[in-house]
Design a binder for this molecule. Structure first.
Ligand code: AMP
Ligand code: GLY
Length: 421
């Protein structure tokens, strides 16, 4: 099977690594990729925002399966274009990708499907903002309605900060979503979905804030670990039955079945799991900790999902280890990152590349905000964590920063769901 992966992050690097272990895979390509993916896959340029250019590359390269990593091409219709070219594609149609592309659409699907989520209100007129803000608090959650790479959200106890973020979005012409605040630890559950069939992967936890102890602005994700040793044994079955299956069924009922990976971003509240957001693709950085634990060959599984045969796939086989990833970010991230710095010490196994490129002189240099995603695995969460941080110490990138507390509270049994009130 010839597999073309679209994207350029550590998520795509992790996918390529897993695909490269599947004996059915005969060739791998990645577009646009990075310096790390180029070691595993043929590299091609592509405009990921142009579905026709993704489909043209898939045809020219002779792909049997295209796996689309990021949301931007999916929301633009890349999967439709690839399928129209007669090639299997892992990733939802443009219509189904709206579950991520429009928070208002996702809220409507959840309301009809009876899925628990934060109460929300869309504001598109600045004249209505203050009255709307008064209906929320004491912690305000202010979101961009469209795609914002995880950075469009402000969660704050300060009404002035909430108002100012909302005004910035409105001034830029973006509708604003106000939400009630959900308390409790967050979990990400990835599910393979093919119409009505839902197959969950291991749950993971992502660290969204830039600083230790969850301080500072939101980012695309600064680290993750899996599985969640503190979660209730029936968490996954409960989320599948009460959240993912009803949403999959609602999308089928609307004539826009979901095919690909449906990612439920959850808050585990005292009232049970509630949806923070849905994503229409694998998450980054959680993929970097979920895929190393999956023993089932990945290409076959994604191909079965893409071709409507997920219900025939055998049960998934998981390693009983733990995995932790720590993101090394460039100076300035999540603001404007400094790029072009030389990276050394990143040759160890488990160091996945994101914002990297190979310079003409052969040096690997930074080219984005999240530069590397360093993965450690081990028989306990402590050992996985120690393995990841030992590799982080080996990497040198001028001005870089990373969190020092990824998975730390879980190793100390300090993560728990708030008691019911
Ligand atoms: P989103 O882009 O919707 O995933 O939001 C990014 C992050 O903001 C989430 O991972 C949460 O940490 C936080 N967040 C978003 N919505 C809420 C909410 N309703 N209550 C509490 N935290 C939230
Ligand atoms: N881990 C957050 C995301 O992929 O959106």
């Amino acid at each position: 099977m010839r597999v073309l992966v679209i994207g350029s992050g550590a998520r795509e690097h992790a996918m390529l690594l897993a695909l490269s272990h599947d004996p059915e895979v005969t060739a791998l390509a990645c577009a646009p990729g990075n310096a790390g993916t180029a070691a595993l896959a043929e590299a091609y340029g592509v405009d990921v925002t142009a579905p026709a250019s993704v489909a043209a590359l898939a045809t020219e390269w002779g792909a049997d399966l295209v796996v689309v990593g990021p949301e931007v091409p999916l929301v633009a219709g890349a999967a439709d274009a690839v399928r129209a070219a007669g090639i299997a594609c892992f990733g939802p149609s443009e219509a189904a990708a709206r579950i991520e592309g429009s928070k208002a659409f996702a809220k409507d699907v959840m309301a009809v499907a009876g899925v628990p989520t934060a109460a929300a209100e869309i504001v598109d007129n600045p004249a209505r903002l203050d009255a709307a803000l008064a209906r929320f608090g004491p912690t305000w959650v202010v979101k961009d309605d469209g795609l914002a790479a995880g950075k469009g959200v402000v969660v704050t106890p300060d009404p002035a900060a909430a108002r100012s973020h909302a005004m910035t979005l409105l001034d830029a012409g973006h509708p604003v979503l106000l939400e009630s605040f959900l308390d409790g630890p967050e979990a990400s559950l990835f599910c393979l979905v093919d119409g009505l069939t839902v197959v969950p992967l291991l749950p993971a936890q992502d660290f969204k804030r830039v600083g230790d102890d969850d301080t500072g602005p939101n980012t695309g994700g600064m680290g993750a670990y899996a599985p969640l040793l503190w979660a209730a044994p029936d968490l996954v079955a409960d989320v599948v039955a009460r959240i993912v299956e009803p949403v999959a069924a609602e999308l089928v009922a609307r004539g826009t079945p979901f095919s690909g990976l449906l990612y439920a971003g959850l808050a585990l509240t005292s009232d049970g799991p509630q949806v923070i957001e849905f994503n229409c693709r694998f998450g980054d950085p959680e993929t970097q900790v979920v895929l190393p634990l999956l023993r089932t060959p990945l290409a076959r599984l994604l191909h079965a999902t893409a071709t409507g045969r997920l219900s025939e796939a055998p049960p998934l086989d998981w390693s009983d280890e733990y995995a932790v990833t720590v993101v090394i970010a460039a100076d300035g991230y999540p603001g404007r990152p400094r790029t072009g710095d030389v990276i050394t010490g990143a040759e160890l196994d488990g160091i996945l590349h994101a914002g990297t490129r190979r310079r003409e002189d052969g040096a690997v240099v930074s080219s984005g905000g999240r530069v590397l995603s360093v993965v450690g695995t081990g028989p306990t969460l402590e050992q996985a964590r120690a393995a990841a941080y030992a590799k982080v110490e080996a990497v040198h990138l001028a001005g870089s920063h990373h969190r020092t507390d990824i998975a730390l509270r879980a190793t100390r049994n300090e993560v728990g769901i708030p008691a019911p009130h």
